[in-house]
Design a protein around this ligand. Structure first.
Ligand SMILES: [Zn+2]
Length: 230
């Protein structure tokens, strides 16, 4: 039973190369994949099973200690609120509580924190058993060194939205490239399988094809996982 065991979900992003402008048609298809979830669109990798959210409503509290300088508390709070607003389409609520001493002890709150040890070199990592969403200062630093022109706020938004999704009960990773809960491939290199999009060739025009907030299909899957009429 996944909920009883230690459960660590890693999110690995490619350390992005500078983006070229995508053709308008590719942008249009991508926008539509974000906004529309058709019957038969849902597809996941066989790496987990969706379940009801372990905490309903999912509650988060942000601990800013150890944050990289560019990740000010106001910014991170805004990004968390945006992710929560988007996940609210799931229909189980969700809120951000102000940080206060002792809140880490609460069993109904997920602590969002900066920790190299707990994030293990991933941008973000969700630990459902310990109710912790860990972020890696070093990995965000590396992103800025490798690609200073890349908007690190977008990567942060994506990491928070993705890891939050695990706390909303989405345990499998999506096979739709666009979904914020996606993995792009199965990790088996050239022989392996790739995520799905209606525009596989056009995908290459984007540094990150994945959306930074939950898509219509992320929300639909969340509603199904939580027994709410999709
Ligand atoms: Zn994940």
């Amino acid at each position: 039973m996944a909920r009883g065991a230690e459960l660590l979900l890693a999110l690995i992003f490619s350390l992005a190369l500078p983006a070229l402008a995508a053709p308008p048609e590719a942008e249009r298809i991508r926008d539509e994949e974000i906004a529309v979830c058709r019957d038969g669109d849902l597809a996941t990798w066989p790496d987990g099973r969706d379940q009801t959210a372990p905490l309903r409503p999912p509650r988060f509290a942000y601990k800013s200690l150890g944050a990289p300088v560019e990740m000010g508390e106001t910014l991170v709070t805004q990004l968390l609120q945006q992710a929560l607003r988007a996940w609210s389409g799931c229909g189980i609520g969700g809120e951000l509580l102000p940080w206060q001493p002792g809140i880490e002890e609460r069993r109904d709150v997920v602590v969002v924190l900066w920790s190299e040890a707990e994030s293990r070199g991933n941008f973000g990592l969700a630990n459902l058993t310990q109710r912790r969403l860990a972020l890696s200062p070093a990995t965000f630093r590396l992103l800025r060194e490798r690609n200073p022109k890349h908007d690190y706020r977008q990567t942060m938004q994506m990491a928070l939205s993705h890891e939050m999704g695990h706390f909303y009960g989405l345990m499998a990773h999506s096979r739709r490239c666009i979904d914020v809960t996606s993995y792009y491939h199965d990790g088996r290199g050239d022989q392996g399988e790739q995520c799905r999009t209606r525009n596989p060739a056009g995908r290459k025009a984007f540094v990150e094809y994945r959306h930074v907030l939950p898509t219509a299909c992320d929300i639909r899957r969340c509603r199904i996982a939580n027994g709410i009429d999709p």
